[in-house]
Write a protein that binds this ligand. Structure first.
Ligand SMILES: *[C@@H]1O[C@H](CO)[C@@H](O)[C@H](O)[C@H]1NC(C)=O
Length: 222
């Protein structure tokens, strides 16, 4: 019903083009009908050389709609670290093509399936150091981070099992919880003051990548 209303509104507005290309592709009757919407051969090319964001997903590269795949090409600067994050709808396979990247992956803790006697989860953190041509995986929903702890640039490619993998940054988004009491209580009663929380919030990097000062000093980049 709602969908009909939206479509009729688009029709009355004069064209189905009111819908984005990915939306039109999503609504196509069959996969074959999608080829009419992607009528140019160039619709099947995504150029990482000129892309605003080096991420080919259903929005930036509509030909991916319905394929359940996406791809990112990540040049990672010396001393640059990806913020701990998750992809809510996708597993990731991550391959280093040049340089060396340290990775960290924190899988689900099993709190709902096999808690130990005192109710805590068994911690597991998987570290890897990947050189060129080595790959690792990050299961859907796992926490993970990548770090170029070297003084030379690295290049990595990440492939995803969704055309809309999405991403959520763990620390900045957790610290932004409201009201403050929820964050403070989550740290453990009395562990962190309101002032300290404000300081964390002001300092925590908000971007997907940030520079690590110790590494930059070691590399003479600071
Ligand atoms: C990666 O592996 C491929 C296939 O074995 C090889 O051709 C290529 O030279 C390797 N790249 C590096 C940087 O070692």
């Amino acid at each position: 019903m709602l969908l009909n209303t939206i479509l009729n509104t688009a029709w009355l507005a004069g064209s189905a083009a009111a819908l984005s290309i990915p939306a039109q592709l999503q609504l196509a009757d069959t996969a074959v009908d999608r080829y009419d919407i992607l009528s140019k051969d160039s619709d099947f090319v995504f150029d990482f050389n000129t892309a605003t964001l080096p991420m080919a997903n259903r929005k930036s590269f509509p030909a991916l709609v319905g394929t359940n795949i996406a791809l990112a090409v990540n040049p990672i600067d010396p001393c640059s670290m990806a913020s701990l994050h998750i992809h809510p709808r996708s597993a990731e396979i991550f391959v280093v093509l040049a340089g060396t990247i340290d990775t960290e992956m924190i899988p689900e803790g099993g709190v709902l399936t096999a808690p130990s006697d005192d109710g805590t989860v068994t911690p597991r953190v998987i570290h890897t150091t990947l050189h060129a041509n080595q790959t690792t995986i990050f299961p859907q929903g796992s926490f993970h981070a990548q770090f170029n702890n070297q003084c030379t640039p690295a290049l990595a490619v990440a492939a995803f099992s969704s055309d809309d993998p999405g991403a959520a940054l763990v620390l900045p988004q957790a610290l932004d919880q409201s009201p403050d009491e929820w964050v403070l209580n989550s740290f453990g009663e009395g562990a962190v003051t309101k002032e300290e929380l404000e300081r964390f919030r002001a300092k925590v990097p908000r971007g997907a990548f940030f520079d690590v000062r110790e590494c930059r000093e070691r590399c003479g980049l600071a």
